[in-house]
Design a protein around this ligand. Structure first.
Ligand code: SF4
Ligand code: SF4
Length: 479
């Protein structure tokens, strides 16, 4: 890389300048590259030195619409301070970049401190994530941690009242059962209602699901920027993907066979296949209506530069949806991209056209409430309708019998359709984490996701407001 080509843009701290946000407003397609914050035992100076080429590339004139997405890959928190690392690394144009803030083991006060520190250093773009279970962690271990949910984290970003900032939220559209797909959809609308300015999709390779996301927003006439996160596959992460190591990322048996076959080729052939794949997916995301792509899995600077250039080539190659669709179909040779036998989509005719029908009709499929659920609902409604206004320990035994109460300090039953949030190992009350299994099961235990029950109840009442409106407070301490 030629370092002389660095764009010396000044940082305009204290002004209303926010280039990341302005590019969205101007409709300029952006490319973000993920940079994981190094682990806490890395000396800060070493971490900055190692990442300096990455930062130079992003600031070079050849990539004027590029930004860094700082992420924390270590949900246990064993990482350097993100703001300190980003500040030391980026001397200029900090308003181009995005800091992902997670809520695992975080309080509202922690988030306020981080936001104000970041803002004082010139960072203005944030993305709210709840935080994940650490790989290999059991449900019981996860239950020891409190999660400030992304919905509440968005509320904190708004509460900070910092000028010209933007707040993003993550959504996982790659859900293949009616309950899991609708649960993520309602949570997405709740995030928007709580102040998300843009959305970032989880990575996945089924382009019908990316279009489903765009059509779902368009069904409600919501026009906000959307970022398609794309994972660049290496032999290692392809193996992890095939073995199901990425929670909430589901691939079809057909796609798995294709990846395994590619892994048998030479490393050069494998990389060439992945470069072509990322071209097709990035160009498709743009033609489907996404405003940006976010490249995950690449910290090698020369590979990242190649990827950026290849993506731009693909933008020139695919000028129309029809051209791109033909290439996508041919590339995957009509492979089934849904993780059979789970293949639910919110809409018909996805990828047949780039524009949704005037009247988009959602697919049915949510199962009816069971008799037991109906019985508990009726009784809980009679007994607990004001449980949130009473001391949490009131009627503890009845709550235990009817709602599997785990004895927390703030009863939220009336806000959650009388389904105790604590049956979810993360204690989530505002929506599913999006990391469940392909069959809709919880990622951490052998039960269905707690939000499948919430969906059935809301569906029976034909009232989904409890899933998409307002914000249920998060606990700061788990029971
Ligand atoms: S929210 Fe759940 S754990 Fe907390 S008091 Fe109510 S029923 Fe019990
Ligand atoms: S119950 Fe659902 S939301 Fe909770 S951890 Fe399991 S999959 Fe995630």
């Amino acid at each position: 890389m030629i370092r002389e080509s660095i764009q010396l843009e000044m940082n305009f701290d204290g002004t209303n300048e926010n280039r990341f946000k302005q590019r969205f407003d101007l409709g300029e397609f952006q490319m973000l590259a993920e940079l994981p914050v190094p682990s806490a035992d890395t000396p800060l100076a070493d971490a900055v030195r190692r990442a300096s080429d990455f930062e130079y590339l992003i600031h070079s004139q050849e990539h004027p619409k590029a930004s860094i997405a700082f992420i924390n890959e270590s949900p246990s928190g064993y990482a350097l301070d993100m703001v300190q690392f980003a500040t030391e690394l980026c001397k200029y144009s900090r308003d181009r970049h995005v800091l992902y803030l997670h809520g695992r083991d975080k309080t509202a006060k922690d988030i306020q401190e981080t936001l104000h520190h970041a803002f004082s250093e010139g960072f203005k773009n944030f993305c709210a994530v709840t935080g994940a279970a650490v790989r290999g962690e059991t449900a019981a271990q996860t239950r020891k941690h409190a999660f400030l949910e992304s919905v509440n984290l968005l509320g904190e970003i708004r509460r900070a009242e910092l000028p010209s900032i933007s707040a993003g939220a993550v959504v996982n559209p790659f859900q293949y059962t009616p309950e899991s797909a609708y649960a993520q959809s309602f949570k997405m609308f709740r995030k928007l209602a709580n102040g998300a300015d843009y959305l970032v999709s989880q990575y996945g390779w089924d382009m019908m699901k990316l279009q489903e996301l765009i059509w779902n927003l368009s069904r409600r006439e919501i026009n906000i920027p959307t970022v398609a996160r794309l994972l660049f596959l290496t032999p290692d992460n392809a193996e992890q993907l095939c073995s199901g190591a990425f929670h909430g990322v589901h691939i079809s048996p057909d796609f798995e066979s294709l990846l395994r076959a590619e892994r048998d080729h030479s490393s050069a052939q494998f990389e060439a296949a992945q470069l072509r794949r990322i071209q097709i997916h990035a160009a498709g995301a743009r033609l489907l209506g996404f405003s940006a792509v976010q490249i995950a899995g690449v910290t090698n600077v020369s590979l990242l530069e190649t990827i950026f250039n290849k993506i731009r080539e693909a933008f020139r190659e695919f000028q129309s949806f029809e051209d791109w669709r033909a290439a996508y179909m041919e590339y995957y040779d009509r492979l089934d991209m849904a993780p059979y036998p789970h293949e639910f989509y919110l809409f018909d005719k996805l990828l047949e056209t780039d524009r949704p029908a005037e009247q988009l009709t959602l697919a049915p499929g949510i199962a009816p409430m069971t008799r037991g659920e109906r019985f508990r609902q009726n009784l809980s409604g009679a007994l607990f309708s004001n449980a949130d206004k009473l001391p949490a320990k009131e009627r503890r035994l009845t709550k235990k019998l009817l709602a599997s109460c785990r004895a927390c300090d703030m009863c939220r039953l009336p806000m959650t359709d009388y389904v105790c949030p604590e049956i979810c190992p993360k204690g989530l009350a505002n929506g599913s984490c999006g990391c469940g299994k392909a069959d809709g099961g919880c990622e951490l235990q052998d039960t269905e996701c707690a939000f499948a029950k919430r969906l059935r109840i809301a569906n029976a009442k034909i009232d989904f407001s409890s899933l998409e409106e307002g914000a249920v407070p998060s606990l700061e301490k788990r029971p």
